[in-house]
Design a protein around this ligand. Sequence first.
Ligand code: HBI
Ligand code: FE
Length: 292
Amino acid sequence: MAINDPVIAAQTPTADFQIEQRWRLYKDEEHAIWRDLYSQQISILKNRAVPEFYEGLTALNLNEGGIPNFAHINEKLMDLTGWQVITVPHLIPDDIFFEHLANRRFPAGRFIRSREQMDYLQEPDIFHDVFGHVPLLTQPIFANYMEAYGKGGLRALKYDCLKNLARLYWYTVEFGLMNTDEGLKIYGAGIVSSRTESIFSLDDPSPNRLHFDLTRVMETDYRIDDFQQIYFVNNSFEELFEATQQDFGPIYEKMSASDNVFGLTDILDSDKVYTKGTQAYAQSGGRFAKAS
Ligand code: HBI
Ligand code: FE
């Protein structure tokens, strides 16, 4: 029986949507898919990701040779930052998701993509969730940011500003870039876990690359089905975390009053621009048209 068989997927989750990982039920082929994705990403990324990402991979032994056992990850993660990885069956409701993050629990899927989906799948699988997200949870400042984000999410729900906060998650946790002494590097999980976007995000002339600004990001649209047309760049995880250490109440009030949304190709006078993109990829129709 494979882990993504319906009979197992149907296992009833608890109120907080937790299920068991049931690591022993993974098939050899599923472990082989993990190993292939892992070695492919390592060779494509080389030193494109921030050093903290590689530190996290090493600290957690994520290359042990197959799909990681969350129990093993959690022993190490608990010592390092007090975070835990928990298993959820699929995308879970926003309030539950935030509640977990606010309590230093990262919800991860347990199924792995098939060979036909190696380059792209819409739903986050265990490779995206664990290879993409978990390494940085070993880093204290990033770990604090994720907790602050979860707490901010619970607050945003009250102000009806979830859209705005979701954009912050998207443009930082999922698709963030970092400005380092060795140039721009990747830290976003959606990028590090993607064969094609890990090249595109740094090298392609198409997207805009702009410096991070909290309200700017929270008012910027994004696309979930293709490469980003904008990436936002931070100078450090400290800078990112610091941005969350203020009262979001007044910010939410202003944003819900104006309901402003910037478009995907807008560059504002106030933007600090790293790259003014050609947008050639998006204009050519996108969706990996020429990327692979
Ligand atoms: N559920 N399993 C899972 N993983 C996510 O990343 C996730 C989710 N539910 C909601 C959610 N993300 C979004 O609300 C955030 O990206 C803002
Ligand atoms: Fe993700």
